[in-house]
Write a protein that binds this ligand. Structure first.
Ligand code: AMP
Length: 722
C-alpha cells in the first residue's frame, strides 16, 4: 500500500530490524508459552535423570552391550530434546521470537547510535563528561519536540478551548507544602551498607525478577508465576513489603554484592532558596500543575465563572531521580505538558464523549493485573458504561490521549492504558490510568490521566485561606434542611479550660452522620464519649455543652470545590518511544549496507522536505533555490543540498533524519518528488512542487492521491546508491 496520511504513515512491510509485530506476539503469548516450556523442561529433566539411572543400572547388572547402547541412545535423544526446549525457552524469555530476531538491547543501541550521531540528543555538559539524567536536544531533536508540542496545543488546547498559562519553575516552599510534595514526593531508596551508594528499591526488585525470569531456566513454573506477579504488582508494594521481598530473595547491592539497608523515603525535589538571605526556601517544581491550581480563582473568573473548563501548561519539571537509568526515559529535568480540567463533582459527564466512545484499544484494568491476566481490547464506551473507567470526562481524555499518541506515530499494538492498582493511587484519587508505550525497555508510563477529586484545590484553600471554589446559581431559591451544630462555649470553657478551642473546632468539624449519632446519644444517655484528634484523647460531652438541630434554609446557590481531571504528558518519553516505533533498517540497493530510516509522520518529521539538484549544474541549482524560496514562503521546513555527493547517499542521509519527501531537480521544467518509505517518485512541474509538498505534509492530500494524479518516475540512477 502506498497510502500516506497523518495517521497511517508507514508501518508497511519493510524488513524491519525491530520486528514490532513479532515483539507484540512475544509479549501477549509469552507468559503462557513460557509456563508450558518451563513445565516441559522440568518433565524432560526428570526423564533424562530416569534414563541415566537405567543406563547405570544396566551397566551395573552387566547387561548385554547392545542393550546398554540402546539405552544410551535413548538418553542422548532425551538430552537433545531437553536442549531444544531450553533453546525455545531462552528465546521466549529474552523476547526473541526466533533465532534470527535481534535482541531488544541491540535494537535500542542501533536507535541510540543513530539518534546520537545525527544530534537528535546530546549528553548535557558532554565535554565535562556529562551528568546522569541530563540531556540536550540537538537540532533535529529540537524540531521534533516543537512539532510534538505544536500538535499537542492543536489537539488539546485549541480543540477544547483550554486556558494556557505559563508559571515559574522556582516555587516557594509553602505551595509545595500545601500540595503535599514537601512531605510525600518521595521514592523508596536503599543504600549499599558498606559504600553508601543509593538505589531505588523497586528497581532492584524489578531487575532481580526480570533477570531470574530471563536467565534462570531452572526455576519452576510456579516460581516464575510468583516473580511475574511481583512485577505486575510492584507499584502496589509498601515500604515494608518491598523490604520483605528484598530480604526474601537475598537481593544485594549491584556490583559490590554488599548487603542493603531497609528501604526509606527520599524526597525527589531539588531544593533552593529564593533571594540572597537564604530565609525563603523554595524548590524547582516537580510538576507544572500547582501553578494552575494556585491560579484557579482568576482562571474561573476569566472563564465567566463557569464550569467545566480546563487550563493547560507546558514547562520544565525537575526531579532528582535516585539513580537515573533508562537513558532518555528517566531524566532529572524534562518537559511536562499538563491539563487540569475542572468539573462539578456531581456531574462528570462530557458533552463530546460520544466522539470517542467507539474507539477500541488495549486496556489493562486493575482486576486483570492482580489476577495475572493480560491487557485486552475494550471499547471505551463499554469501559465507562461498566464502571471500569470511573466517569465520562476521564474516559473522554483517555480517548483523546489515544488519538494524540497514535496520530503522532505511536503504534497502537504497543500502546495500552493501565489502571493504577489500589495502593499505587493516591488516597484522594477517584481513578487513575497511565498511557503506557512499549519500547525496548518494556512498558513505559508516558501519560498519567487521573481524577484527583477536589484534593488540590482544597489543600491550597486551606493553606492560603483563599476559597478556591465554584458556585452553581439556582434559577429558583431552594429550601434545604441543614444540620446546625452550636457548641455552648461557656459550658465547654468551664469543663475543658485551655482545651476549649480544640473541642469547639472538633465539634464544628463533625460530619453530618457523626453529629446525628451524637444527638441521638445525648438524647438517650445525656452524655457521650468524643475523640478530639488535636488533643489525641477522648473527652465526655454532656447535653448542656452542644445543641444539634435541623434548620430549614433558603439557598440561592450551591458552593463547592471542583474536582480536577488531570492528563499529564511526559513529552520526552513520548518522543523517545516515537523514535523507537519509527525506526527501521533497510538494505542499500547494492545490498552491502544497512541504512537507517525514521518513518516519522510529516507532522513529526524535523524537516519536511529536501531539495537536491541531481548533478552539480548552475541551472539546476537555480531551480533548486527557487523551489526552496517557494517552500519557505509556504512555511515548509526544508533543507537544500547542492553538494556533489551521489543522490542515493543524499537520500540515505535524509532518510536517517526521517525527512518524508525529497524534491530532485533533474531538469529546468519538471522535478521529481520522492516519498521516503516506498521510495516511489512522481514527476511534477517545477512551479507546482512546493504546493504539492505542502499539501501532503499538512495532511490535506494523501500520497496515494498524489501518486494516482501524477506521472510516475522510475530512475535507475536516482536510487542507485541507496
Ligand atoms: P507523574 O507526575 O509522576 O505521574 O509524571 C507525569 C509524567 O511525567 C509521566 O507520565 C512521565 O511521562 C513523565 N515523567 C515522570 N518522571 C520522569 C522522568 N524522571 N523523566 C522523564 N519523564 C518523566
Amino acid at each position: 500500500m502506498r497510502c500516506i496520511s497523518l495517521s497511517g504513515f508507514g508501518f508497511k512491510s519493510v524488513s524491519s530490524f525491530f520486528n514490532l509485530r513479532a515483539l507484540s506476539f512475544t509479549f501477549s503469548s509469552m507468559a503462557s508459552s513460557e509456563d508450558s516450556l518451563r513445565r516441559a523442561l522440568a518433565d524432560k529433566q526428570s526423564a533424562v535423570e530416569a534414563q541415566a539411572n537405567s543406563v547405570r543400572a544396566l551397566k551395573a547388572a552387566g547387561a548385554p552391550k547392545p542393550d546398554v547402547e540402546t539405552a544410551i541412545e535413548a538418553l542422548n535423544a532425551l538430552k537433545l530434546q531437553k536442549a531444544s526446549i531450553e533453546k525455545d525457552l531462552q528465546a521466549a524469555v529474552t523476547g526473541a521470537a526466533d533465532g534470527s530476531a535481534v535482541s531488544r538491547e541491540a535494537f535500542r543501541q542501533a536507535v541510540l547510535n543513530t539518534l546520537e550521531r545525527r544530534l537528535f540528543y546530546i549528553l548535557s555538559f558532554k565535554i565535562y563528561r556529562g551528568v546522569a539524567g541530563l540531556y540536550d536536544y540537538g537540532p533535529p531533536g529540537c524540531a521534533v519536540r516543537s512539532n510534538v508540542l505544536a500538535f499537542w496545543r492543536q489537539h488539546f488546547v485549541l480543540e477544547e478551548n483550554m486556558l494556557e498559562v505559563h508559571c515559574p519553575s522556582v516555587t516557594p516552599e509553602i505551595v509545595l507544602k500545601a500540595s503535599g510534595h514537601v512531605d510525600k514526593f518521595t521514592d523508596l531508596m536503599v543504600k549499599d551498607e558498606k559504600t553508601g551508594t543509593c538505589f531505588r528499591a523497586d528497581h532492584l526488585l524489578k531487575d532481580f525478577c526480570n533477570e531470574k525470569l530471563q536467565k534462570d531456566l531452572t526455576i519452576s513454573a510456579e516460581t516464575a508465576a510468583e516473580l511475574r506477579h511481583v512485577l505486575a504488582t510492584l507499584d502496589d508494594l509498601s515500604s515494608d513489603e518491598l523490604g520483605a521481598k528484598i530480604r526474601k530473595y537475598g537481593i544485594t547491592a549491584p556490583d559490590t554484592r554488599n548487603p542493603l539497608s531497609d528501604p526509606y523515603p527520599f524526597n525527589l525535589m531539588f531544593q533552593t532558596s529564593i533571594g540572597p538571605s537564604g530565609l525563603s526556601p523554595g524548590y524547582m517544581r516537580p510538576e507544572t500543575a500547582q501553578g494552575i491550581f494556585v491560579n484557579f480563582k482568576d482562571l474561573y473568573y476569566y472563564n465567566g465563572n463557569k464550569l467545566p473548563f480546563a487550563a493547560a501548561q507546558i514547562g520544565e519539571a525537575f526531579r532528582n531521580e535516585i539513580s537515573p537509568r533508562q537513558g532518555l526515559l528517566r531524566v532529572r529535568e524534562f518537559t511536562l505538558a499538563e491539563i487540569e480540567h475542572f468539573v462539578d463533582p456531581e456531574d462528570k459527564s462530557h458533552p463530546k464523549f460520544s466522539e470517542v466512545a467507539n474507539l477500541e484499544f488495549l486496556m489493562f484494568p486493575r482486576k486483570e493485573q492482580t489476577s495475572g491476566q493480560s491487557a485486552k481490547i475494550i471499547r471505551l464506551g463499554e469501559a465507562v458504561a461498566e464502571g471500569i473507567v470511573n466517569n465520562e470526562t476521564l474516559g473522554y481524555f483517555i480517548g483523546r490521549v489515544y488519538l494524540f499518541l497514535t496520530r503522532l506515530g505511536i503504534h497502537e499494538n504497543h500502546l495500552r492504558f493501565r489502571q493504577h492498582l489500589a495502593n499505587e493511587m493516591a488516597h484522594y484519587a477517584a481513578d487513575c490510568w497511565d498511557a503506557e508505550i512499549e519500547s525496548s525497555y518494556g512498558w513505559i508510563e508516558c501519560v498519567g490521566i487521573a481524577d484527583r477529586s477536589a484534593y488540590d484545590l482544597r489543600a491550597h484553600s486551606e493553606k492560603s485561606g483563599v476559597a478556591l471554589v465554584a458556585a452553581e446559581k439556582f434559577s429558583e431559591p431552594r429550601e434545604v434542611e441543614k444540620l446546625v451544630v452550636i457548641p455552648v462555649k461557656k459550658e465547654l470553657g468551664l469543663a475543658f479550660k485551655g482545651s476549649q478551642k480544640n473541642v469547639v473546632e472538633a465539634l464544628e468539624a463533625m460530619k453530618e452522620e457523626e453529629a446525628l449519632e451524637m444527638k441521638a446519644n445525648l438524647e438517650t444517655k445525656g452524655e457521650v464519649e468524643f475523640y478530639v484528634c488535636t488533643l489525641e484523647k477522648n473527652i465526655t460531652i454532656k447535653k448542656s455543652m452542644v445543641t444539634i438541630s435541623k434548620e430549614k434554609k433558603k439557598e440561592h446557590q450551591r458552593v463547592f470545590t471542583p474536582s480536577v481531571i488531570e492528563p499529564s504528558f511526559g513529552i520526552g518519553r513520548i518522543i523517545y518511544c516515537l523514535y523507537e516505533h519509527s525506526y527501521y533498517m533497510r538494505p542499500s540497493k547494492a545490498g552491502d549496507e544497512q541504512l537507517n530510516v525514521f518513518r516519522f509522520p510529516p507532522l513529526v518529521a524535523p524537516i519536511k522536505c529536501t531539495v537536491f539538484p541531481l548533478v552539480q549544474n548552475q541551472q539546476y541549482e537555480n531551480v533548486a533555490k527557487d523551489i526552496s524560496k517557494s517552500l519557505t514562503a509556504a512555511g515548509i521546513s526544508h533543507k537544500i543540498d547542492i553538494t556533489g555527493t551521489s543522490i542515493g547517499k543524499r537520500y540515505a542521509r535524509t532518510d536517517e533524519l526521517g525527512v518524508p519527501f525529497a524534491i530532485t531537480v533533474d531538469s529546468t521544467t519538471s522535478v521529481t518528488i520522492r516519498e521516503r518509505d516506498s521510495k516511489d517518485q512522481i514527476r511534477v512541474d517545477v512551479e507546482e512542487a512546493a504546493a504539492i509538498v505542502k499539501e501532503v505534509t499538512e495532511g490535506r492530500r494523501t500520497w496515494e492521491d498524489v501518486w494516482s494524479s501524477f506521472p510516475h518516475h522510475s530512475s535507475v540512477s536516482a536510487d542507485a546508491d541507496d
